[in-house]
Design a protein around this ligand. Structure first.
Ligand code: TXA
Ligand code: MG
Length: 334
């Protein structure tokens, strides 16, 4: 495995060319996007994409996002390009929005988990864009972590989790957004939110009108799931994570005390003062964008510190916190 440091704003052309060559040869490249680091392979090469699933230990029923450098390249992968897609691409691309659309046959089954749709996104990180342009390929890339683990926001997280399985890592420092993209299904009429991110739903609805209710549609047992990112217990730290809103403060404090009395190492993701002994308190930003940029690094730090239990203040209500509430809820077990 090779690790290349690149300038996040003006990536060095020789490093990008080297990474692009690895992709064209069917290899795996971990690269920064604005959301989290991705584990990329040539999306049109089924064998290369297969190596992503092997490296992550990811089940084959979980489809991948295909990254492209521009909306025109996304359109080549899909059969339909509804008006909503054009409006959303114009407003949010490049950026942390993924659109699910009916796929063309050129997209291999292994990318889409056999679904008739493909998820596409134009990332806005300069290194990701430079790599996509240099490779001149659509790049399938999930977050560069072992399946069910916390997504990486630094190259070091990637190296620790997957280092042995990757040909090359481009290290451009921390991913600025910090949680995964918003995923929107445009393949079944009215747009439907599959995974919240940092773009508030209200901002999306301002462009395309009301989203379909996020119904828990009954799925046929054998059918691929509509968005396996919605599986419970995704994005988990090693430690047990428990989330408490303000009305349950006393319970949170009591749990911290009891856990420490039992010899457990206790961490916390705090938005408010807490009058309890905690081994590893992490003060989280009050601003949702800054909170998102910090969250996964904080979870990695608490794991590295050996925490057995992490107590988290529930985020405030409001559309700009929805993606964070979603990730904390998934990280909390049970
Ligand atoms: O920000 C991100 O989206 C990052 C960076 C690397 O781009 N990628 C990422 O990929 O989070 P991953 O594989 O960890 O999550 C992809 C999500 C999953 O929830 C998956 O189920 C959903 O997108 N997805 C992919 N293709 C889909 C499809 N055809 N239909 C429905 N959901 C799909
Ligand atoms: Mg992931």
């Amino acid at each position: 495995m090779t690790l290349l440091r690149v300038d996040p704003l003006h990536p060095e052309a020789p490093h990008i060319a080297r990474a692009a060559a690895v992709l064209r040869a069917g290899g795996l490249v971990a690269f920064p996007t604005e959301t989290v680091y991705g584990l990329g392979a040539n999306a049109l090469d089924a064998a290369a994409v297969g190596r992503i699933f092997a490296a992550k230990g990811r089940p084959a029923y979980n489809p991948l996002i295909v990254h492209v450098a521009a909306a025109e390249a996304a359109r080549e992968l899909v059969r339909e390009w509804p008006e909503a897609a054009g409006l959303l691409a114009a407003r949010f691309w490049p950026g942390p929005l993924t659109l699910v659309l009916p796929r063309r046959p050129m997209v291999p089954d292994v990318v889409t988990a056999g679904l008739d749709t493909v998820a596409v996104r134009v990332p806005r990180h300069p290194v990701a864009l430079a790599l996509l342009r240099a490779a001149s390929l659509p790049v399938a890339a999930p977050s560069a972590n072992r399946y069910t683990r916390v997504s990486p926001t630094t190259a070091e997280h990637v190296r620790q989790g997957l280092g042995d399985h990757i040909d090359l890592i481009l290290d451009a420092g921390p991913a600025p957004v910090g949680i995964e993209s918003t995923v929107l299904d445009l393949s079944r009429g009215q747009p439907r939110l599959l995974r919240p991110g940092t773009i508030p739903v209200t901002a999306i609805e301002a462009v395309v009108g009301p989203l379909a209710a996020a119904g828990e549609e009954r799925q046929h047992e054998e059918a691929p799931r509509p968005s396996p990112g919605m599986v419970r217990q995704h994005y988990s730290p090693r430690a047990e994570l428990r989330m408490f809103d303000l009305t349950r403060r006393r319970e949170m404090v009591n749990l911290a005390r009891a856990a420490r009395d039992a010899g457990r190492s206790v961490g916390a993701l705090l938005l408010r003062e807490m009058d309890a002994p905690v081994d590893h308190p992490v003060w989280m930003p009050q601003d949702p964008d800054r909170y998102a940029a910090r969250l996964y690094a904080a979870l990695h730090e608490l794991d590295a510190a050996g925490c057995d239990l992490v107590l988290a203040d529930a985020p405030p209500e409001g559309p700009e916190w929805a993606g964070l509430l979603d990730r904390l809820t998934r990280a909390a077990r049970g």
